[in-house]
Design a binder for this molecule. Structure first.
Ligand code: DP6
Length: 305
């Protein structure tokens, strides 16, 4: 038997204007446009090997939960249907960052799976088409097909040219625990928050202001908008019918330290948080020394990637 295998990688991305809430959950169409920066350092590599079997299966070495494995296999089956592909695969997925550190990014893994499957099918569809397919597996993964700044609106995702296109990224890992509420569930629950009715409007307005402040190279204004945006999303979590939250005392401590730095120096990194307790910092390329200083400072207590 000839074994044929394919391999593809994709980076993660961090949203500064968040995708939270969907207008169409079957196709993962977002309630508002989102803006992200692609994190080239944090990657997932997926390998697919042709197998003679009656179902797709996982290679035994993987750190996914049973639900995550199921979601991943379902996306592979969706892709096979799209391309009318008959065979079965064994799937391997690995990250270039430590497993179980609360950063098991669905964005990089679904983008890598979609890329790898398209290779296996011998398809030569465009990157845009690939991103649209990947979006149906996990929304935020569509932004991982492009480098730098990426804008996703309805069914369209595209790279955009903005200043600060060489941002440095660190994430302060305050907890490595798997989250109790997946982002998929969060998208559903937030709809019961009274703040949700006007969420899309707020996010769209903030996006316009953020694009303007980045264009104008107004770093402080950009920091303020990015800060307000992640608190807006976390407020949705805490104000829905069955409130939940991701922010831990350690997350608050990190946020407070960064805010103090800004208060003293009137400069610092952009700060954001996803649906998790870890704090993401983004630095301009002229802030290398500050990025190292803060990295060392937080590394005394936490894993910093
Ligand atoms: C908080 O893309 O994980 O990271 O489409 O249901 O797979 P699904 O959700 P997902 O949501 C990401 C939410 C977020 C914000 C963002 O990345 O924009």
């Amino acid at each position: 038997m000839t074994v044929t295998a394919w391999q593809a990688s994709a980076p993660s991305n961090i949203a500064l204007i968040k995708y939270m809430g969907k207008v169409d959950a079957t196709r993962n169409l977002p309630s508002n446009a989102s803006l992200s920066f692609t994190l080239d350092q944090l990657k997932t590599t997926v390998a697919l090997t042709n197998i003679t079997a009656t179902a797709d299966r996982w290679h035994e070495s993987n750190s996914f939960s049973a639900t995550e494995q199921q979601r991943f296999i379902q996306h592979l089956q969706f892709l096979k249907q799209e391309f009318q592909y008959d065979g079965y695969f064994e799937i391997t997925s690995a990250n270039n960052f430590p497993a179980g550190c609360g950063l098991a990014s669905s964005a990089s893994s679904f983008a890598a799976l979609t890329r790898c499957a398209c290779q296996a099918f011998g398809s030569n569809i465009s990157i845009e088409e690939m991103a649209a397919l990947s979006r149906q597996g996990s929304g935020s993964s569509c932004r991982s097909f492009f480098p730098g700044w990426v804008l996703w609106q309805d069914e369209t995702v595209k790279p955009i040219t903005l200043p600060y296109n060489q941002l440095l990224h660190h994430v302060i890992v305050v907890s490595r625990e798997k989250k109790a509420i997946s982002s998929g569930l969060a998208h559903r629950h937030v709809q019961s928050s009274a703040l949700y009715a006007t969420r899309a409007e707020r996010a769209e307005q903030r996006l316009t202001l953020l694009l303007e402040s980045l264009q104008a190279q107004d770093w402080k204004k950009s920091y303020t908008l990015v800060w307000q945006e992640f608190w807006d999303m976390h407020a949705l979590f805490e104000t829905c019918d069955m409130p939940f939250g991701y922010i831990l005392p350690d997350s608050l401590w990190v946020l407070q330290k960064v805010r103090e730095y800004w208060d003293i120096h009137q400069d610092g990194p952009l700060v954001t948080m996803d649906a998790g307790p870890n704090v993401h910092l983004l630095f301009r390329d002229d802030q290398v020394a500050l990025a190292n200083e803060l990295k060392q400072f937080f590394a005394e207590k936490y894993l910093v990637l």
